[in-house]
Write a protein that binds this ligand. Structure first.
Ligand code: F6P
Length: 341
Protein backbone atom coordinates (compact mmCIF):
# COMPACT_ATOMS: atom_id res chain seq x y z
CA UNK A 1 0.00 0.00 0.00
CA UNK A 2 0.99 3.63 -0.43
CA UNK A 3 0.36 5.36 2.88
CA UNK A 4 0.52 9.13 3.24
CA UNK A 5 1.52 10.65 6.57
CA UNK A 6 1.46 14.24 7.81
CA UNK A 7 1.75 16.26 11.01
CA UNK A 8 -0.48 19.34 11.43
CA UNK A 9 -1.12 22.09 13.97
CA UNK A 10 1.21 22.99 16.82
CA UNK A 11 4.22 20.69 17.09
CA UNK A 12 4.30 18.31 20.00
CA UNK A 13 6.85 15.97 21.62
CA UNK A 14 6.30 12.46 20.27
CA UNK A 15 5.42 13.30 16.65
CA UNK A 16 8.64 11.72 15.39
CA UNK A 17 7.97 8.59 17.44
CA UNK A 18 4.64 8.13 15.60
CA UNK A 19 6.26 8.72 12.21
CA UNK A 20 9.01 6.21 13.03
CA UNK A 21 6.50 3.57 14.14
CA UNK A 22 4.36 3.97 11.01
CA UNK A 23 7.43 3.66 8.77
CA UNK A 24 8.98 0.75 10.68
CA UNK A 25 5.79 -1.28 10.81
CA UNK A 26 4.46 -0.28 7.40
CA UNK A 27 7.67 -1.11 5.55
CA UNK A 28 8.97 -3.85 7.87
CA UNK A 29 5.78 -5.91 8.17
CA UNK A 30 3.73 -5.02 5.11
CA UNK A 31 6.14 -3.77 2.47
CA UNK A 32 4.24 -0.46 2.31
CA UNK A 33 5.54 2.72 0.73
CA UNK A 34 5.29 5.67 3.10
CA UNK A 35 4.88 9.13 1.60
CA UNK A 36 5.47 12.07 3.92
CA UNK A 37 3.64 15.35 3.27
CA UNK A 38 5.61 18.42 4.35
CA UNK A 39 4.03 20.96 6.71
CA UNK A 40 0.67 19.33 7.31
CA UNK A 41 -2.17 20.03 4.89
CA UNK A 42 0.03 22.51 2.98
CA UNK A 43 2.01 19.54 1.68
CA UNK A 44 -1.17 17.86 0.47
CA UNK A 45 -2.43 21.03 -1.24
CA UNK A 46 0.91 21.54 -2.99
CA UNK A 47 1.86 17.87 -3.48
CA UNK A 48 5.01 18.59 -1.49
CA UNK A 49 6.18 15.12 -0.51
CA UNK A 50 9.19 13.28 0.84
CA UNK A 51 9.82 9.53 0.73
CA UNK A 52 9.88 8.14 4.25
CA UNK A 53 12.10 5.07 4.13
CA UNK A 54 13.90 3.34 6.99
CA UNK A 55 16.89 5.68 6.71
CA UNK A 56 14.60 8.72 7.04
CA UNK A 57 13.46 7.66 10.51
CA UNK A 58 16.75 6.48 11.94
CA UNK A 59 17.56 8.27 15.22
CA UNK A 60 14.37 10.35 15.38
CA UNK A 61 12.64 8.64 18.34
CA UNK A 62 14.01 11.02 21.01
CA UNK A 63 13.82 14.14 18.85
CA UNK A 64 11.26 16.85 19.57
CA UNK A 65 9.35 18.65 16.83
CA UNK A 66 8.50 16.86 13.61
CA UNK A 67 10.83 15.84 10.78
CA UNK A 68 7.93 16.43 8.38
CA UNK A 69 7.36 20.02 9.47
CA UNK A 70 3.93 21.37 10.37
CA UNK A 71 1.56 24.24 9.64
CA UNK A 72 -1.91 25.42 10.52
CA UNK A 73 -3.01 25.37 6.85
CA UNK A 74 -6.72 24.66 6.56
CA UNK A 75 -7.83 23.35 3.13
CA UNK A 76 -11.45 24.17 4.02
CA UNK A 77 -10.58 27.86 4.45
CA UNK A 78 -9.28 28.02 0.86
CA UNK A 79 -11.26 28.26 -2.37
CA UNK A 80 -11.27 24.79 -3.95
CA UNK A 81 -8.96 23.55 -1.16
CA UNK A 82 -10.74 20.27 -0.35
CA UNK A 83 -11.11 19.36 -4.03
CA UNK A 84 -7.42 20.07 -4.66
CA UNK A 85 -6.44 17.97 -1.64
CA UNK A 86 -8.52 15.00 -2.84
CA UNK A 87 -7.25 15.33 -6.41
CA UNK A 88 -3.58 15.46 -5.31
CA UNK A 89 -4.00 12.43 -3.06
CA UNK A 90 -5.53 10.52 -5.98
CA UNK A 91 -2.82 11.60 -8.42
CA UNK A 92 -0.09 10.58 -5.99
CA UNK A 93 -1.71 7.15 -5.64
CA UNK A 94 -2.23 7.45 -1.89
CA UNK A 95 -4.30 4.45 -0.69
CA UNK A 96 -4.64 5.67 2.88
CA UNK A 97 -3.71 8.76 4.87
CA UNK A 98 -2.47 8.92 8.47
CA UNK A 99 -2.82 12.52 9.68
CA UNK A 100 -1.32 13.17 13.12
CA UNK A 101 -2.93 16.17 14.77
CA UNK A 102 -5.33 17.80 17.17
CA UNK A 103 -8.94 18.93 16.72
CA UNK A 104 -8.17 21.09 13.66
CA UNK A 105 -6.01 18.64 11.68
CA UNK A 106 -8.33 15.76 12.55
CA UNK A 107 -11.37 17.94 11.78
CA UNK A 108 -10.06 18.25 8.22
CA UNK A 109 -9.33 14.50 8.23
CA UNK A 110 -12.92 13.76 9.27
CA UNK A 111 -14.28 15.68 6.30
CA UNK A 112 -11.82 14.11 3.81
CA UNK A 113 -12.84 10.67 5.08
CA UNK A 114 -16.47 11.63 4.44
CA UNK A 115 -15.44 12.57 0.88
CA UNK A 116 -14.08 9.06 0.30
CA UNK A 117 -10.41 9.19 1.33
CA UNK A 118 -9.30 6.32 3.56
CA UNK A 119 -8.13 8.06 6.74
CA UNK A 120 -6.85 6.82 10.11
CA UNK A 121 -6.09 9.69 12.51
CA UNK A 122 -3.59 9.83 15.35
CA UNK A 123 -4.39 12.17 18.29
CA UNK A 124 -1.66 14.63 19.24
CA UNK A 125 -1.71 17.74 21.37
CA UNK A 126 0.01 18.95 24.50
CA UNK A 127 -3.42 20.33 25.51
CA UNK A 128 -4.91 16.82 26.05
CA UNK A 129 -8.28 18.20 24.93
CA UNK A 130 -9.20 15.64 22.26
CA UNK A 131 -12.27 13.62 23.06
CA UNK A 132 -12.32 9.85 22.63
CA UNK A 133 -8.87 9.22 24.10
CA UNK A 134 -7.80 9.21 27.75
CA UNK A 135 -4.54 10.94 26.84
CA UNK A 136 -2.89 12.48 23.82
CA UNK A 137 0.87 12.17 23.50
CA UNK A 138 2.80 15.38 24.22
CA UNK A 139 0.72 16.20 27.28
CA UNK A 140 2.92 14.27 29.70
CA UNK A 141 6.05 16.02 28.43
CA UNK A 142 4.44 19.47 28.65
CA UNK A 143 3.27 18.79 32.20
CA UNK A 144 6.77 17.61 33.14
CA UNK A 145 8.34 20.81 31.80
CA UNK A 146 5.79 22.99 33.61
CA UNK A 147 6.18 21.05 36.86
CA UNK A 148 9.94 21.45 36.81
CA UNK A 149 9.52 25.20 36.26
CA UNK A 150 7.12 25.41 39.22
CA UNK A 151 9.56 23.49 41.43
CA UNK A 152 12.27 26.02 40.55
CA UNK A 153 9.98 29.01 41.01
CA UNK A 154 9.05 27.96 44.57
CA UNK A 155 12.59 28.58 45.82
CA UNK A 156 13.17 31.90 44.07
CA UNK A 157 9.69 33.16 45.00
CA UNK A 158 10.20 32.32 48.67
CA UNK A 159 13.63 33.97 48.70
CA UNK A 160 12.23 37.25 47.37
CA UNK A 161 8.87 37.13 49.20
CA UNK A 162 7.03 37.77 45.96
CA UNK A 163 4.12 36.15 44.15
CA UNK A 164 4.94 34.23 40.98
CA UNK A 165 2.25 33.64 38.39
CA UNK A 166 3.06 30.86 35.93
CA UNK A 167 1.12 31.05 32.66
CA UNK A 168 0.84 27.72 30.86
CA UNK A 169 -0.62 26.65 27.51
CA UNK A 170 -3.72 24.55 26.97
CA UNK A 171 -5.97 26.82 24.94
CA UNK A 172 -9.57 26.34 26.19
CA UNK A 173 -8.79 23.30 28.36
CA UNK A 174 -7.09 23.47 31.75
CA UNK A 175 -5.41 20.04 31.72
CA UNK A 176 -1.82 21.29 31.65
CA UNK A 177 -2.49 23.83 34.41
CA UNK A 178 -4.34 21.27 36.54
CA UNK A 179 -1.74 18.51 36.29
CA UNK A 180 1.34 20.75 36.47
CA UNK A 181 -0.18 22.73 39.34
CA UNK A 182 -1.05 19.62 41.31
CA UNK A 183 2.32 18.00 40.66
CA UNK A 184 4.18 21.21 41.52
CA UNK A 185 2.18 22.08 44.64
CA UNK A 186 0.78 25.38 43.32
CA UNK A 187 -1.20 27.51 45.78
CA UNK A 188 -3.80 28.43 43.19
CA UNK A 189 -4.65 26.85 39.82
CA UNK A 190 -6.85 28.76 37.38
CA UNK A 191 -8.38 27.04 34.37
CA UNK A 192 -10.66 28.14 31.51
CA UNK A 193 -13.43 25.77 32.58
CA UNK A 194 -14.01 27.70 35.83
CA UNK A 195 -13.96 31.51 35.63
CA UNK A 196 -12.16 32.74 38.74
CA UNK A 197 -13.03 35.17 41.50
CA UNK A 198 -10.24 37.76 41.86
CA UNK A 199 -11.03 38.36 45.58
CA UNK A 200 -10.65 34.65 46.33
CA UNK A 201 -7.32 34.52 44.47
CA UNK A 202 -6.01 37.52 46.44
CA UNK A 203 -7.14 35.87 49.70
CA UNK A 204 -5.21 32.71 48.84
CA UNK A 205 -2.10 34.81 48.19
CA UNK A 206 -2.45 36.66 51.49
CA UNK A 207 -2.94 33.37 53.32
CA UNK A 208 0.20 31.97 51.75
CA UNK A 209 2.24 35.04 52.72
CA UNK A 210 0.86 34.78 56.28
CA UNK A 211 2.19 31.22 56.52
CA UNK A 212 5.72 32.49 55.80
CA UNK A 213 5.91 31.34 52.20
CA UNK A 214 5.29 32.98 48.85
CA UNK A 215 2.39 32.12 46.56
CA UNK A 216 2.81 30.29 43.26
CA UNK A 217 -0.18 30.52 40.94
CA UNK A 218 -0.58 28.44 37.82
CA UNK A 219 -2.87 30.03 35.29
CA UNK A 220 -3.97 28.49 32.03
CA UNK A 221 -3.69 30.88 29.06
CA UNK A 222 -7.46 30.59 28.49
CA UNK A 223 -8.53 31.33 32.09
CA UNK A 224 -10.70 34.38 32.65
CA UNK A 225 -12.20 36.24 35.61
CA UNK A 226 -15.85 35.69 36.54
CA UNK A 227 -16.86 39.22 35.68
CA UNK A 228 -14.52 39.84 32.77
CA UNK A 229 -13.33 38.54 29.44
CA UNK A 230 -10.15 36.89 28.17
CA UNK A 231 -7.14 39.11 28.81
CA UNK A 232 -5.20 38.91 25.55
CA UNK A 233 -1.93 40.47 24.52
CA UNK A 234 -2.78 40.24 20.78
CA UNK A 235 -6.01 39.83 18.81
CA UNK A 236 -4.53 37.58 16.10
CA UNK A 237 -6.35 34.52 14.76
CA UNK A 238 -5.07 31.45 12.89
CA UNK A 239 -6.51 29.76 9.74
CA UNK A 240 -8.92 27.75 11.92
CA UNK A 241 -10.23 30.95 13.55
CA UNK A 242 -8.56 30.42 16.94
CA UNK A 243 -7.58 33.58 18.73
CA UNK A 244 -3.96 33.67 19.94
CA UNK A 245 -4.14 33.34 23.72
CA UNK A 246 -1.70 34.80 26.23
CA UNK A 247 -1.55 37.77 28.57
CA UNK A 248 -3.57 36.57 31.55
CA UNK A 249 -0.39 35.91 33.62
CA UNK A 250 0.88 39.48 33.39
CA UNK A 251 -2.59 40.97 33.97
CA UNK A 252 -3.11 38.80 37.04
CA UNK A 253 0.34 39.54 38.46
CA UNK A 254 -0.23 43.29 38.36
CA UNK A 255 -3.67 42.87 39.94
CA UNK A 256 -2.24 40.75 42.76
CA UNK A 257 0.65 43.17 43.31
CA UNK A 258 -1.82 46.06 43.61
CA UNK A 259 -4.15 44.18 45.98
CA UNK A 260 -1.53 42.52 48.24
CA UNK A 261 0.96 45.39 48.27
CA UNK A 262 3.73 42.87 47.54
CA UNK A 263 5.67 42.40 44.37
CA UNK A 264 4.26 39.89 41.85
CA UNK A 265 5.84 38.65 38.64
CA UNK A 266 4.57 36.60 35.73
CA UNK A 267 6.47 33.79 34.00
CA UNK A 268 5.14 32.66 30.62
CA UNK A 269 6.35 29.14 29.81
CA UNK A 270 5.13 29.30 26.20
CA UNK A 271 6.75 27.06 23.62
CA UNK A 272 9.26 25.59 26.08
CA UNK A 273 6.35 23.26 26.96
CA UNK A 274 6.20 22.01 23.38
CA UNK A 275 9.84 21.82 22.43
CA UNK A 276 12.47 19.19 23.11
CA UNK A 277 12.60 15.50 23.76
CA UNK A 278 9.42 13.54 24.68
CA UNK A 279 9.01 11.86 28.08
CA UNK A 280 9.14 8.03 28.24
CA UNK A 281 5.33 7.93 28.56
CA UNK A 282 4.88 10.01 25.41
CA UNK A 283 7.47 8.02 23.44
CA UNK A 284 5.67 4.77 24.25
CA UNK A 285 2.17 6.15 23.66
CA UNK A 286 3.18 7.78 20.37
CA UNK A 287 4.88 4.57 19.22
CA UNK A 288 1.83 2.47 20.10
CA UNK A 289 -0.45 4.94 18.27
CA UNK A 290 1.75 4.70 15.15
CA UNK A 291 1.72 0.90 15.19
CA UNK A 292 -2.05 0.82 15.74
CA UNK A 293 -2.63 3.26 12.87
CA UNK A 294 -0.85 0.91 10.45
CA UNK A 295 -2.93 -2.02 11.77
CA UNK A 296 -6.14 -0.03 11.26
CA UNK A 297 -5.16 0.90 7.69
CA UNK A 298 -4.44 -2.76 6.85
CA UNK A 299 -7.71 -3.84 8.45
CA UNK A 300 -9.44 -1.62 5.89
CA UNK A 301 -10.62 0.92 8.47
CA UNK A 302 -11.39 4.55 7.63
CA UNK A 303 -12.81 7.57 9.44
CA UNK A 304 -11.34 6.31 12.71
CA UNK A 305 -8.79 7.59 15.20
CA UNK A 306 -6.55 5.42 17.34
CA UNK A 307 -7.05 6.20 21.02
CA UNK A 308 -5.96 5.23 24.51
CA UNK A 309 -8.58 3.69 26.83
CA UNK A 310 -7.02 2.66 30.11
CA UNK A 311 -3.94 0.84 28.89
CA UNK A 312 -5.47 -0.37 25.62
CA UNK A 313 -5.18 1.20 22.20
CA UNK A 314 -8.63 1.24 20.60
CA UNK A 315 -10.29 2.75 17.52
CA UNK A 316 -12.95 5.44 17.80
CA UNK A 317 -14.87 7.27 15.05
CA UNK A 318 -13.00 10.41 13.99
CA UNK A 319 -16.26 12.35 14.06
CA UNK A 320 -16.83 11.48 17.72
CA UNK A 321 -13.30 12.49 18.65
CA UNK A 322 -13.55 15.91 17.01
CA UNK A 323 -17.15 16.85 17.83
CA UNK A 324 -16.42 18.36 21.23
CA UNK A 325 -13.39 19.31 23.30
CA UNK A 326 -12.53 17.20 26.32
CA UNK A 327 -12.56 19.67 29.21
CA UNK A 328 -11.58 19.35 32.87
CA UNK A 329 -14.64 18.10 34.80
CA UNK A 330 -15.60 20.04 37.97
CA UNK A 331 -14.77 17.08 40.25
CA UNK A 332 -11.18 16.98 38.99
CA UNK A 333 -10.80 20.70 39.72
CA UNK A 334 -12.26 20.22 43.24
CA UNK A 335 -9.47 17.75 44.01
CA UNK A 336 -6.90 20.47 43.30
CA UNK A 337 -8.81 23.10 45.30
CA UNK A 338 -8.10 21.22 48.56
CA UNK A 339 -4.52 22.55 48.31
CA UNK A 340 -5.27 26.19 47.50
CA UNK A 341 -4.05 28.99 49.77
O1 F6P B 1 -2.64 23.48 20.77
C1 F6P B 1 -1.33 23.54 21.22
C2 F6P B 1 -0.95 24.94 21.60
O2 F6P B 1 0.36 24.91 22.08
C3 F6P B 1 -1.90 25.64 22.58
O3 F6P B 1 -1.69 25.24 23.90
C4 F6P B 1 -1.58 27.08 22.31
O4 F6P B 1 -2.66 27.94 22.63
C5 F6P B 1 -1.34 27.09 20.84
O5 F6P B 1 -0.97 25.78 20.47
C6 F6P B 1 -0.26 28.07 20.42
O6 F6P B 1 -0.09 27.96 19.07
P1 F6P B 1 1.11 28.55 18.24
O7 F6P B 1 2.32 28.45 19.06
O8 F6P B 1 1.23 27.69 17.04
O9 F6P B 1 0.73 29.94 17.94
Amino acid sequence: MRIGILTGGGDCPGLNAVIRAVVRKGIGEHGDEIVGFRDGWRGVLESDTVTMDLAAVRGILPRGGTVLGTSRTNPYALDGGPERAMENLRTLGIDALVPIGGEDTLGVATKLAESGMRVVGVPKTIDNDLDGTDYTFGFDTAVGVAMEAIDRLHTTGDSHHRTLVVEVMGRHAGWIALHAGMAGGANVILIPEKPFDVDAVVKHCQHRFASGYSPILVVSEGAKPKDGDLMLSTGERDAFGHVRLGGIGAALASLIEERTGREARAVVLGHIQRGGTPSPFDRVLATRFGLAAVDAVHDGQSGVMVALRGTDIVRVPLSAATAELKLVPPERYSEAEVFFG
